[in-house]
Design a protein around this ligand. Structure first.
Ligand code: ADE
Length: 423
């Protein structure tokens, strides 16, 4: 088996980590049991470019249990857990190509290594595989049946390819699934981002002004949790509807350059570039901490900092201090990369349980429906989502009512004789 990881001797620690995560991934475990019996992915090659974490390891195990031949590389050079990678190779015989903090040459070599397996399915977290295959590895198109994409940044790229009729294979956009947005974007990002900031800085959130750029699903979750920890939250948002929602949710809303003056901690969650740009840097409060939780580190204009700072020092792991000519300092976390994965461990396992259950079922769906699908981005089928939510509730021991036949009939008939009861 070919692989490229840091150190096989870390495998035992990785195994413990994978097992620990597995305890909180019951939905994925139930799919794994079914896959073991039904073998729906028999003979299917799956190349995955995901964060190499214990949670991802449990997804890989599930796909393999379903009969697939899987290979894994990293979607982010800094988020790889080297012990997890070692355990996947040693205990699960899954080829992994990922080393924490690998340089960009190695990162792309690893992407090519999984493409070299000539996959039937690509699994992306920000379109690295799909991007490489469309741009320079078109040789791999011969075997590909479809792909999955689980982040908004990746979905945006693939949708724009599809609009230009340039998408070469069908992709299921898992990010759009309700079960993903609700659990991952809101609760997962909300908690793990603050976890990353606290682990990196050990600063108190209570009483601090926390600025959040973007009031999408991630921004909402972050804002709610930052407020819950005692932070005073300011939202910067360009969409009037979302800005209005933030106001109604009780947050302050203002332009970035104004928010900067009060900012103690700034988190970007926009999926766009330069959410923190020159005007904000020029007004930024002395000693402010800035970080990003979106997929790419371009949400913060780091080149501006590099060019304008008179001094740049590393204060502690993942904390870089930039001194500006007027004496103010800015503290950048994790080089602007995803703070939840670089400074903490990403989303907790119970969050990834839902995401990866979506991915496993989407892979199955791609194989079952290959002949019907064309080169478009598809949503996760609605019934898959509902079933997953139901499964999750069951694993939480929560029971809910079901509609009676009479209620179903009422909802499906425009005039069935029911009227207000007059008293
Ligand atoms: N994305 C965010 N958190 C993650 C995790 N724990 N594992 C894999 N991908 C992630």
């Amino acid at each position: 088996m070919i692989y490229d990881i840091k150190d096989l001797s870390l495998a035992d620690e990785g195994l413990e980590r994978i097992r620990w995560a597995d305890q909180d991934m019951p939905v994925l475990a139930s799919i794994r049991t079914r896959f073991e019996q039904e073998q729906p992915l028999q003979g299917i090659r799956i190349a995955a470019c995901l964060h190499v974490t214990a949670e991802t390891a449990n997804l890989m195990r599930t796909l393999k249990a379903g009969g697939a031949e899987v290979s894994l590389c990293a979607t982010n050079p800094h988020s790889t857990q080297d012990d997890t990678a070692a355990a996947l190779v040693t205990y699960y015989e899954i080829p992994v190509f990922a080393i924490k903090d690998e340089d960009s040459q190695t990162f792309y070599r690893h992407i090519d290594a999984v493409i070299d397996t000539l996959p039937h399915i690509t699994m992306d977290d920000s379109a690295n595989l799909a991007g490489a295959i469309h741009e320079r590895r078109t040789d791999a198109l011969q075997t590909i049946v479809g792909g999955t994409e689980q982040t908004i940044s990746g979905v945006l790229k693939l949708v724009s390819l599809a609009k230009q009729n340039a998408l070469k294979y069908p992709v299921i956009a898992v990010n759009e699934a309700k079960t993903k947005r609700l659990v991952d974007n809101r609760y997962g990002t909300g908690q793990s981002t603050l976890d990353g900031i606290v682990r990196a800085t050990n600063r108190l959130i209570a009483g601090r002004t926390v600025v959040i750029s973007g009031y999408g699903w991630c921004g909402r979750g972050l804002a709610e949790r930052a407020r819950g920890m005692g932070g005073r939250v300011i939202i910067c948002e360009v969409d009037p509807l979302k800005a209005l929602e933030a106001i109604m949710d009780g947050f302050s809303v203002m332009p970035a350059a104004e928010a900067a003056k009060a900012c103690d901690i700034w988190i970007t969650a926009t999926g766009d570039i330069k959410a923190i740009d020159a005007p904000a840097f020029e007004a930024l409060k002395d000693g402010a901490i800035i970080c990003n939780t979106g997929h790419f580190n371009t949400e913060i204009n780091i080149p501006w900092l590099e060019e304008n700072a008179v001094e740049h020092t590393t204060l502690r792991d993942n904390v870089e201090q930039y001194s500006l000519p007027d004496g103010r300092t800015v503290l950048l976390l994790a080089e602007g990369r995803q703070v939840n994965l670089s400074c903490a461990e990403g989303h907790p396992a119970s969050v990834m349980d839902m995401n990866f259950a979506n991915l496993a079922l989407s892979a199955h769906y791609l194989i079952d429906h290959a002949s019907e699908l064309t080169e478009h981005c598809y949503d996760v089928p609605e019934d898959v989502n509902t079933n997953l939510a139901q499964l999750k509730l069951e694993t939480l021991g929560v029971h809910i009512d079901t509609l009676t036949p009479e209620q179903i009939k009422y909802l499906n008939t425009w005039d069935n004789g029911y009227r207000f009861i007059e008293g």
